[in-house]
Design a protein around this ligand. Sequence first.
Ligand code: PLP
Length: 353
Amino acid sequence: MQNARAVIDLRSDTVTRPTDAMRAAIAAAAVGDEQQREDPTVNLLQERAATLLGHERALFLPTATMANQIALRLHGRPGDVLVAEELSHVLVYEFGGAALHAGLVTVGLRGSYGRIRGEQVRSVAARSAYDVDQRPAVLALEDTHNSAGGTVWPLDELDDVVAAAREAGMAVHLDGARLLNAAVAQGLAPSEIARRCDTVTLCLSKGLGCPLGAVLAGSEALIERAWREKHLFGGAMRQAGIVAAAGLHALDHHVDRLADDNARARRLAEAWHAAGVPIDLESVQTNFVQIDLAPLGLGRDEALERVRAAGVALSATIHETRVRAVTHLDVDDDDVERAIACVPAALGARASR
Ligand SMILES: *Cc1c(COP(=O)(O)O)cnc(C)c1O
């Protein structure tokens, strides 16, 4: 009978579909020409997002990738250096965007749980002794950090690295695609984190459950420039309130519930760990659980196939021996209990390990 049940889809929090209430909000949205800044729903979302993130202004965009890429163009000139943790989204999942769109040279720094330290940034900056040298212009940070397994930045570490960037005259961009998962996990207002950086990206189509969309927040002057960049990317839209309505609905109804996603990931991680599934519990800080297959002697594809046959979809990560589970709006406690029951056996884990 098990096959009659739907697969529990833990591949990513991007797989969520709009709820009925979100679809109703979409249907009821007041709209106008966004490119003329006349879409009332887009305008409202931008105001809400700016306040939420502690910045003067925010800009609605189709994707967080575009938001990041626009931010890089705001902060760097061709030939300048972008510094980021080596496995950050902006370096590995946006392909050569930093080079293609902004002409930036990239320097990737080895992080711990996705976090780099001020002294690492200082040592990159120290390479340019003269004003005419290649200039480190942008520091991009990621919170939560995707490749590291959804890890968060403690504020003191964030302050340390941001201070180092400031000393070096660098702008700081925060890729906060999942910033709200971090804020909820830390019990902080999102603005408390985001206001420390010059610009911040927030993705609406991950844990927030929207079909698409993102915002970029920053100062009045930067966001005014971002409007032009958005147009250059072909991202200027028309009655985009149809989508922005989903974003407003999510900010009203899907933020506090991220605590449920975080708690479910924790429950999964602890139960799997107790059943002998190799998991670094310290990395489980929000809605991701990374499983290390190496001690199980399993290949990635084989592991994914085995759990799929047991009714659970996990996904690959950038790490060759790790797969991940991600909790989200369309996963409930019952799904979590079923995944706890079947995944350890499917992976051949033994509690006595
Ligand atoms: C998903 C993701 C993005 C890109 O979001 P899209 O809206 O899919 O373009 C950017 N940064 C991080 C950390 C992400 O996880």
